[in-house]
Design a binder for this molecule. Structure first.
Ligand SMILES: [Fe+2]
Length: 470
């Protein structure tokens, strides 16, 4: 066979394989969009509006949004929030930039604008432009320059049946709490991996709805934010990821979109890219060196790190020794307080040391948490987790984390409004931490209740929940 024939045969094979994969995904159904229906086609009206936390949230704020490709100027207007309707009268107009992204829903323009020179602890109103129209006026509050107490939300993987099952979690978190400072998503917001699957992103933005436009987000890339290429020999970020989530762009070379830090008042929040680290040791080492440098220059009261894959895995058959080898020593050397993770589709909270005492001084580094917000649920590996203070199977959870100058108060709430786990990290004047367990005594460890799990290590796949009756 000639080279050209081989090339042609490979191309045909690849195309057939891709078509099969696409058909499989469409058949499996991971969204509420019926097959053949274009629900998430970009339109003249701005959608997918999301605030991204900047490194200086007391004085700046970034907003991303999507329109159809007729909108070729990225414009937003901003003013201090007023009780009166004439918001436009003294609003400043700010220009940004856009990127075009093609998907099965058509070509969209993803816009990015950053508001600068804002006043701290101040409520602002803004709107973004569409094709001969605007979004509604959204409001957000800048951070304070003082170390005032604040609360943020932390969500594990949403990933599957996102509009059907994750939406209630993020909305319940909002209903039960006053305006949070920001929302941290610890990766695998969608399922992706092959193809584009813009409907999944559409569902993720619908789940958060206007909350995304009024509460800044911190976004962590998980394995499912990457798309497999060349038969899984290579991975690239989802084409929507960078255009729809503007991050500070100051991470190590080659990882600038997924590795960054931001400061909220006296708390340093660092986002790492564990997918790239597990894919390539060099990416793990590069991040460890970058983190070491960032933490060497930090004098923040609190340091919170987030990445997708756990340092200490909770679920059956999972382990990430590379992260323990390269990252954990950096956490311990610099006194990282809290590490927020996902990926395992279970709940697990503990340190590296045995959980033997109710009140204990942290001598072995940060408190590690794994959580899950969506419906895909795995089984806990009990025997591998002697150091976990608290674990759970099959609970959709959100976390509220209240940060004060001398303590972090952490709570994990179920989608049904029950407190499942709580603890406090108290910091003394010397900077030493003490953990106080506040686990609700009337709530035993939750186990899988699905009478017919499809696999022995998994309680729910997360995609069987929205199929129509036969
Ligand atoms: Fe994951």
């Amino acid at each position: 066979m000639k080279t050209s024939q081989v090339t042609l045969a490979c191309a045909i094979f690849s195309t057939l394989l891709l078509l099969t994969v696409e058909a499989t995904w469409a058949h499996e159904g991971n969204t509420l969009v019926p097959e053949g229906h274009d629900h998430y086609t970009p339109s003249p009206i701005p959608d997918r509006v999301i605030l991204m936390l900047t490194p200086t949230p007391q004085s700046s704020q970034t907003v991303n949004w999507r329109t159809n490709d007729r909108v070729t100027r990225s414009v937003a207007q901003i003013t201090k929030a007023l009780p009166t309707p004439g918001l436009h009268l003294n609003a400043a107009t700010v220009d940004g930039q856009f990127q075009a992204v093609n998907s099965e829903n058509g070509t969209a323009h993803y816009h990015s604008v950053t508001f600068e020179n804002l006043q701290p602890d101040t409520l602002y109103a803004y709107r973004v432009i569409g094709d001969n129209t605007w979004s509604e006026w959204f409001q957000f509050k800048t951070a304070s320059i003082d170390a005032k107490p604040f609360t943020f939300f932390y969500f594990g993987d949403a990933q599957n049946s996102v509009r059907s099952h994750f939406s209630r979690v993020i909305r319940e978190a909002f209903m039960r709490n006053e305006r949070p400072a920001f929302m941290l998503h610890a990766g695998d917001m969608v399922n992706l991996r092959e193809g584009n699957h813009d409907d999944e992103w559409g569902e993720w933005f619908d789940a958060g709805s206007f909350l995304n436009a009024m509460i800044p987000s911190v976004i962590v890339a998980g394995n499912h934010e990457f798309v497999d290429q060349l038969f899984r020999l290579k991975r690239t970020l989802s084409p929507q990821f960078e255009p729809q989530f503007t991050t500070p762009n100051h991470g190590p070379e080659g990882l600038t979109q997924t590795v960054y830090h931001t400061t909220y008042q006296d708390t340093l929040v660092v986002v790492l890219d564990s997918m790239s680290a597990l894919y390539d040791d060099d990416a793990a080492i590069k991040q460890a060196e970058w983190l070491d440098e960032v933490l060497s220059q930090s004098d923040h009261e609190w340091v919170i790190v987030s990445h997708h894959h756990p340092i200490h895995s909770v679920s059956v058959g999972r382990d990430n020794p590379v992260l323990r080898e390269y990252w954990q020593p950096v956490y311990e050397r610099h006194g990282v307080d809290l590490v927020l993770q996902g990926h395992d589709h279970t709940y697990g909270r503990g340190q590296s040391a045995p959980a033997s005492e109710t009140n204990r001084t942290i001598e072995n580094g940060p408190m590690y948490v794994v959580s899950v917000a969506g419906p895909k649920m795995y089984m806990v590996a009990d025997e591998d987790n002697p150091n976990m203070d608290r674990m759970a199977e099959e609970l959709q959870l959100y976390q509220t984390i209240e940060v004060s100058p001398d303590r972090i108060h952490f709570q994990a709430w179920t989608a049904a409004g029950e407190l499942y786990d709580a603890f406090e990290i108290q910091k003394d004047d010397e900077g030493n931490n003490t953990v106080v367990d506040l686990i609700p005594l009337d709530r035993p460890i939750h186990r899988c209740t699905n009478p017919n799990p499809s696999e022995s290590d998994r309680c729910w796949n997360g995609k069987e929940l929205i199929s129509l009756p036969e």
